[in-house]
Write a protein that binds this ligand. Structure first.
Ligand code: HEM
Ligand code: MG
Length: 336
């Protein structure tokens, strides 16, 4: 039985709040605790907003990002069900926030991957800010050399050496240009293009203390979340739920500073455009690409309980998409 996704936080409980609090102490991940490519989910697990072992249900992930960082309900569902459909186990309703694990239960038949968030080429993809491309090594683990590049970019382009939207715009472009030059297997198409631009913006919002909320992330706070997987001491979350209405214009700002077209490398420095795939500006096209291409790639012809579970999750996913975007629902496996 799949629990329904959580409702928004109740009025009066959806505001500014100390979230690095005594009820959620930081405990570093132990040898059996799974962590992965997302600094936010890693941190939420290390503070007990998520199960500390790094395996969770979608409703737990949604609750965790709402409570811990004040994601709006729709935005939380959009991220979570997108990831869950690509990386979770629809039969057991469990997902790893990092590598594949038996803790998510018995897999549905191949080509289903149930690979967890670290699974390359699904939600995880190339040109990450603090993780190397899978071609070069472990795509899930924090990389100090890349973080030094993050700091350099903040120093050069950010206000007072902080990571702000100007720094984000430069770093996002730099990471793409670097992968074009060096990664012969670079893939930079839907849906990765959307996560790449969103994730460049997120730290300027969610990792900044909600009392200040100036969209200027200090290097110290960045070090806490990205590397230590820890909230800064006394950290407050965003003062109000953050939905697409806040994120979308910041993503557009980054894009407009350095526009790009989706493509893939056929060997180093040979970026071949993919004009038949949706561009970053086509949100509904990306939604359809996920639902009609990416998910059936792992579930070509699901039947029975598996089909029911996937369809239910597709419904939750579309619910989040349609909350703020005028897309038409598509049904890869029929409507029933
Ligand atoms: C990266 C999943 C929420 C910040 C990622 C990646 C995944 C992921 C799979 C790896 C993509 C890649 O870089 O290749 C999720 C899911 C979420 C969620 C399923 C919620 C349900 C958040 C939130 C934040 C966040 C609330 C707030 C700051 C980031 C950042 C990266 C990232 C900054 C990029 C890391 C880098 O490029 O080095 N996330 N995420 N995520 N996530 Fe999350
Ligand atoms: Mg990556």
């Amino acid at each position: 039985e799949i629990p329904n996704p959580p409702l928004p936080l109740p009025k009066g409980q959806d505001g500014l709040k100390l979230v690095n609090d005594p009820a959620h102490p930081f405990i570093a991940a132990g040898p059996n605790d799974i962590r992965g490519p997302c600094p936010a989910l890693n941190t939420l697990a290390s503070h007990g907003y998520l199960p500390r072992n790094g395996v969770a249900r979608p409703d737990q992930i949604i609750t965790a990002v709402m409570e811990g960082l004040n994601l709006g309900n729709d935005f939380a569902k959009f991220l979570c069900y997108q990831a869950f459909l690509m990386n979770g186990n629809p039969l057991t309703n469990l997902m790893s926030i990092g590598m594949k694990t038996p803790l998510t239960g018995q897999d549905p038949p191949k080509p289903a991957l149930v690979g967890g968030l670290s699974q390359h080429g699904t939600f995880e993809g190339d040109t990450s800010m603090t993780r190397v491309d899978a071609f070069f090594g472990d795509q899930a683990v924090f990389n100090e050399t890349l973080f030094q590049g993050f700091i350099d970019t903040a120093t050069k382009f950010g206000f007072n050496g902080t990571y702000d939207v100007n720094a984000a715009a430069e770093l996002r472009n730099q990471r793409l240009q670097n992968s074009i030059q060096t990664n012969p297997q670079l893939v930079f198409t839907s849906p990765r293009i959307l996560s790449a631009y969103s994730e460049a913006v997120f730290p300027t919002i969610f990792f900044v203390d909600g009392r200040l909320n100036n969209r200027q992330l200090t290097i110290d706070a960045a070090r806490h979340f990205f590397d230590l997987q820890m909230m800064p001491t006394g950290f407050f979350r965003q003062p109000a739920p953050v939905n697409f209405t806040i994120v979308d214009p910041l993503v557009s700002f980054l894009f407009n500073k350095h526009p790009f077209s989706p493509g893939v490398n056929h060997g180093k420095n040979n970026f071949v455009l993919q004009p038949q795939t949706p561009p970053l500006s086509d949100f509904c096209g990306i939604y359809e690409d996920i639902v009609l291409r990416v998910i059936p790639g792992q579930y070509p012809k699901p039947t029975g309980a598996l089909k029911d579970a996937i369809n239910k999750n597709l419904g939750f996913f579309f619910g989040a998409v349609s909350a703020e975007h005028n897309c038409t629902q598509v049904f890869p496996f029929g409507r029933d």
